[in-house]
Structure formats: structure tokens, C-alpha cells
Design a protein around this ligand. Structure first.
Ligand SMILES: [Zn+2]
Length: 243
């Protein structure tokens, strides 16, 4: 045992064998490198400038990967559905409807006359995709150091309805009223509005958002639902876009 232990120690403390070499790099010309002896073979040190460039490339790739993970995490946090994390405005049909990036940015920055952007479309017409793309644009708008605005919030109205409670609304109210942009996907209304407390909750939310001059975005399946939203729930004026 003692012998093995000593041998290991000797190996561990043995100095690494090196030699200085002169080399020629196609990109950087002549260089001095330090070769090292590994298991009885000389391993060339290579061009130091090439190593620095490769290190910089790897660092950049790593920081880009970290950045894209950070962005994806931020998108998940605001509630954008997983399958729409990657979509952008170019994936929507908005440009063909006369809504280009500039007009959407104007709206997000409250340079439009309307508070609510209402997207109307049948199932699979791209409502959720469009909401996601605009929420992403809004997040990017406010992303970066020094920007302390509350991020956008993306909610599915059906899910809100299922999980809504008076207790929960106390927690949700400040978040929904303070969000930079509130996206309400697949809004629908029951015939008996008087007993639809989740809709009443949204009504109260849109009132405060209107008072604070914050934009709200809604998607509905039909024009009649959009009109219900507009007349019963939304404080402020609406712009309807049919997808
Ligand atoms: Zn080189």
C-alpha cells in the first residue's frame, strides 16, 4: 500500500515537461508555442492567436446559449404557451391586415387612440400565435438593463375561469392591472353575465388598466363575443382585427 501511495505522489508532483517551439500559422504568421509532453509524446501548443480566437468563439456561443435560455425562461414565466415561444410577428397574418411592426409598437407605447386590441378568429386562425408574438415583442421592448416595467402577462381566459376564486383574485389583481401588457386569450362570455364573476373580475381589471393608460389585448372566436367584450367589459376603446 505504502509503495503505491508513494508512486502516485511522485507522479502527481513530477513537473510537466515542456519545450518552446517556433511555428507558422496561415492566418497569424510566425508564433512561439509551448509544447507539452503527454504519455511520452510531444503535443504541439499550436498558434496562441488561433487559440484566443477559438476561445472567444466558444465564449460567444456559450453566452448566446445562456441568453436564449434566459429569454425562453422569461417567456414561460409570463405565460406564453410552450409551442409559441419561438414565434415572431413575421409568423402572423397581421401585416396583411394593415398592422405592421410600427403600428403595433405605437400601440404598445400608447401612441394609438385605442386601449384594446381585439383579435377575432375561428379556432386555428392563429389567435394564440398572434397574441404570443405581440407579447414577445413587448417583452423585448422592455428587456435590458434599466428597464424596470412590469413584464407582459399572458392568460387563457378558460383557464382563468376554472382556477378563479375571490381569494386568488386578490393576488392576481395587482399583477393583471400592473402588467406592461395584458393578453387574454380566447375570451368568452356566459349568457348570464351577472353570475360570471371571472368576467366581472376582468371588467375591474380593464377599468384600472384603462385608468393607468396600459394596453390590453384580447382574442375572441367571433365578432359577437368581441362586441360583448367591448360593450360590457372593456373600459376604453377597442380596435378589432379579424384574423
Ligand atoms: Zn493562428
Amino acid at each position: 500500500m505504502r509503495l503505491i501511495s508513494n508512486t502516485l505522489q511522485v507522479q502527481h508532483h513530477s513537473p510537466m515537461m515542456t519545450r518552446q517551439q517556433i511555428g507558422q500559422c496561415a492566418d497569424h504568421g510566425g508564433y512561439r508555442s509551448t509544447d507539452i509532453m503527454v504519455a511520452g509524446h510531444w503535443v504541439p501548443g499550436g498558434c496562441p492567436a488561433c487559440h484566443r480566437e477559438e476561445f472567444a468563439r466558444q465564449s460567444l456561443a456559450e453566452s448566446q446559449a445562456i441568453e436564449s435560455r434566459r429569454k425562453a425562461a422569461a417567456l414561460r414565466k409570463i405565460g406564453i404557451p410552450e409551442r409559441y415561444l419561438q414565434v415572431g410577428l413575421q409568423d402572423t397574418g397581421l401585416a396583411a391586415k394593415g398592422m405592421d411592426r410600427a403600428s403595433i409598437l405605437n400601440w404598445l407605447n400608447r401612441r394609438s387612440t385605442y386601449d384594446h386590441l381585439v383579435l377575432v378568429g375561428e379556432p386555428n386562425s392563429g389567435k394564440t400565435l398572434t397574441l404570443s408574438a405581440i407579447a414577445k415583442l413587448c417583452l423585448e421592448l422592455d428587456d435590458g438593463p434599466g428597464r424596470m416595467q412590469a413584464p407582459p402577462i399572458f392568460i387563457n381566459f378558460g383557464q382563468l375561469r376554472q382556477t378563479w376564486s375571490y381569494k386568488l383574485s386578490g393576488e392576481l389583481f395587482p399583477t393583471y392591472t400592473g402588467a406592461r401588457l395584458l393578453c387574454i386569450d380566447d375570451f368568452s362570455e356566459r349568457a348570464d353575465l351577472a353570475s360570471d364573476y371571472s368576467a366581472e373580475f376582468i371588467k375591474a381589471v380593464t377599468k384600472v388598466r384603462h385608468d393607468h393608460n396600459l394596453p390590453t389585448m384580447v382574442s375572441c372566436r367571433g365578432l359577437s363575443t368581441a362586441k360583448q367584450y367591448q360593450s360590457h367589459l372593456a373600459h376604453g376603446s377597442c380596435e378589432n382585427v379579424t384574423l
